[in-house]
Design a protein around this ligand. Sequence first.
Ligand code: HEC
Length: 144
Amino acid sequence: MMRVHVSSSALGALLVIGCVGVIFHASAQNTKGAGETGDKPYHVVDGFKVDTSTMNGFRAWRAAACDRCHGANQQGLVGPSLLESFKVLSKEDFIKTVTEGRLEKGMPSFKTSPIVMGNTDGLYAYLKGRSSGDITRSKVEELK
Ligand code: HEC
């Protein structure tokens, strides 16, 4: 009897330590990137109020006129739908595509565009949020 009691409370203590570890780990991750929550690279409220980094991504999207080929709502035009692409595209592939372009296929290189190159994280976050459906409209506003 006594043995069982001791070992089960020891197990309980282990579980508590485990949980604290998970919570600590999660909150440490949250402080990493601007506006990051959990595994999402963006922070959005009400579907369109976003963190500064994601907002700057949207500004880059506008300034570089990505919409003239990918559509005002990222739905695709002469370029593919980024709502679909972002379900499978890795961040590395995204940055490579935007930096080098796919010139033979009609995707330009943005290597010489400071606003795009300076905001690849935010641009990725913005498009990821649009693709996941968490950002519900293409025109976003900065979260105050
Ligand atoms: C002149 C038209 C044009 C413009 C402007 C343009 N793109 Fe593209 N983009 C394309 C085309 C066409 C493709 C498809 C290339 C292919 O077939 O692999 C593409 C592909 C992509 C892909 C890869 C999609 C996938 O499924 O692999 C990403 C990501 C992308 N574009 C992002 C952007 C962003 C971000 C901008 C603005 C900074 C932008 N594009 C501006 C035409 C354009």
